[in-house]
Design a protein around this ligand. Structure first.
Ligand code: URA
Length: 211
């Protein structure tokens, strides 16, 4: 699917393409930034320290990496792990778009600001992390997203680990709500995106509804 001839200049320096992996029939897709050194060497996403944290957080909600799908906005490692450039993100977009189309996840978890920026441009991760947003994406259609901190960022900023964990802990409930008719696939009043209120409210567990 990923032909070098259609890739950007990052293809020249990479060791392996890192397309993504997991269960194509999953309800949940995680999208990170791009391959690091370990991922580049192995051709698999999230296999380094950030991947270990991701697996741990998944395990805490009863999931293994084989039960979800894990991809990145970039399919090739940027030199020295520098930030992705907008043109690189766009060059990889056709593949990410097709992955979303094929997997058709109920929920997309955006790991970090570069994944968030591709789908929810202009938002600030500290403001929207853990929120559930429904948005219509050109070439993809209406999808439900939850942005959160990137596991690598949480390893660096230890104080982000608990917020990241809290966001992961919401995932089973979000999936249940989305699949139990809590989702109305139309975009109300032409608004560009809506927020799903997923209550962490133990007193009123029913409080999870689409606003
Ligand atoms: N960070 C990412 O964003 N993706 C990976 O695959 C590994 C680390």
């Amino acid at each position: 699917m990923l032909e070098s001839s259609r890739c950007c200049h990052l293809a020249e320096a990479r060791t392996n393409i890192v397309p993504g992996e997991g269960d194509p029939n999953t309800r949940i897709m995680f999208i990170g930034e791009g391959p690091g050194k370990n991922e580049d060497l192995q051709g698999r996403p999230f296999v380094g320290q950030a991947g270990q944290l991701l697996e741990q957080l998944l395990g805490e909600i009863g999931l293994s990496r084989n039960q979800v799908y894990i991809a990145n906005v970039l399919k090739c490692r940027p030199p020295n792990n520098r930030d992705p450039l907008p043109q690189e993100v766009e060059a990889c977009w056709p593949w990410l778009r097709q992955q979303i189309e094929i997997i058709d996840p109920v929920l997309i978890v955006l790991l970090g600001r570069f994944a968030m920026e591709r789908f929810l441009p202009g938002m600030k991760i500290s403001n929207v992390r853990g929120k559930v947003l429904r948005r219509s994406i050109p070439e993809v259609g209406v999808k439900v997203f939850m942005p959160t901190y990137h596991p690598a960022a949480a390893l660096y900023h230890r104080e982000w680990t608990n917020p990241l964990r809290e966001d992961f802990q919401k995932i089973p409930r979000i999936l249940d709500l989305l699949e139990s008719g809590g989702q109305d696939n139309s975009i109300d009043g032409g608004a560009e995106w809506d927020t799903l209120e997923i209550g962490n409210n133990k007193k009123n567990p029913e409080q999870g509804r689409l606003l």
